[in-house]
Design a protein around this ligand. Structure first.
Ligand SMILES: C[S@@+](CC[C@H](N)C(=O)[O-])C[C@H]1O[C@@H](n2cnc3c(N)ncnc32)[C@H](O)[C@@H]1O
Length: 239
């Protein structure tokens, strides 16, 4: 039975890395509920755990130029770390998370942040090729339709630009795999999927994977960098 069949037949079963596992579904109202609850404590809980990976990603982005879209910007923990030669625009679905980001921008006078918008990552209100770089950190495991979001990230980045993800991808083996399978049915309550396969973000033909790197702490998160292909460039003919 295909993965699609499982999705259609059951809200809680999915084929993952060769086995059928119980998986929690997330819809938009689950995300809004979960992040309304997370907003007051996010910076001191998950936000803290993810700090090292987030800082590493921003250090890489600081070597770039131009206009960055941060999708799922949350409480804006990354925003003070961007160098000021970059222009940063953030979007998020959760008004409560965004409110924290706005407070941060005002309190720390982050003039390089030129916009924070309430917006759905799967339906971005930006024209094609609006940004030099699009980054989504700890977001793809949260959004209800990751494949659709990937297509939106690719659409709004310029040809020759870059899409960066920092994300958790699940493991089949070991204690971590066991914990992830036990957590999976509670995805809608905690606000992210503990079981999430890398194949779900490799869906765009116009995005070429440049780098995949495990990040600290403990390789829990992975950074993936994709280049947006320039459609004007002719593909290199096979020898
Ligand atoms: C785990 S938090 C990550 C926040 C931030 N990127 C960070 O580094 O801490 C996930 C964020 O994604 C947002 N989110 C979830 N689904 C979304 C969607 N469809 N569109 C935009 N943002 C979304 C949530 O509201 C939340 O702020």
């Amino acid at each position: 039975m295909s993965q699609t069949d499982y999705r259609q037949r059951s809200a809680v079963l999915e084929r993952h890395q060769g086995r059928v596992v119980s998986i929690g579904r997330i819809d938009e109202s689950d995300v809004l509920d979960a992040y309304r609850r997370w907003a007051p404590v996010y910076d001191y809980t998950f936000g803290l755990v993810a700090g090292e990976s987030r800082r590493h990603a921003v250090q890489v982005l600081n070597q770039r130029q131009g206009r960055i879209l941060e999708v799922g910007v949350g409480t804006g923990l990354s925003l003070p770390d961007y160098k000021r030669h970059l222009e940063v625009v953030g979007i998020d679905l959760s008004p409560e998370m965004l409110e924290k980001a706005r407070e941060r921008v005002n309190e720390e006078k982050l003039d390089h942040v030129t916009g924070l918008h309430e917006m759905d990552a799967s339906d971005l209100k930006f024209a094609d090729g609006s940004f030099d770089i699009v980054v989504a950190m700890f977001v793809m495991t949260v959004v209800p339709d990751p494949e659709k979001v990937m297509r939106e990230l690719s659409r709004v980045v310029k040809p020759g630009g870059e899409v960066m993800l920092v994300n958790h991808f699940s493991q089949r083996e070991g204690v971590r795999g066991w914990v992830e399978r036990r957590m999976a049915p509670f995805a809608d309550k905690i606000g992210w999927r503990s079981i999430f396969d890398q194949s779900r973000v490799e869906v765009c033909d116009d995005l070429e994977l440049l780098e995949r790197k495990a990040l600290r702490p403990f390789g829990l998160f992975t950074m993936m960098r994709f280049a947006k292909r320039d459609s004007a460039r002719q593909p290199v003919a096979a020898e």
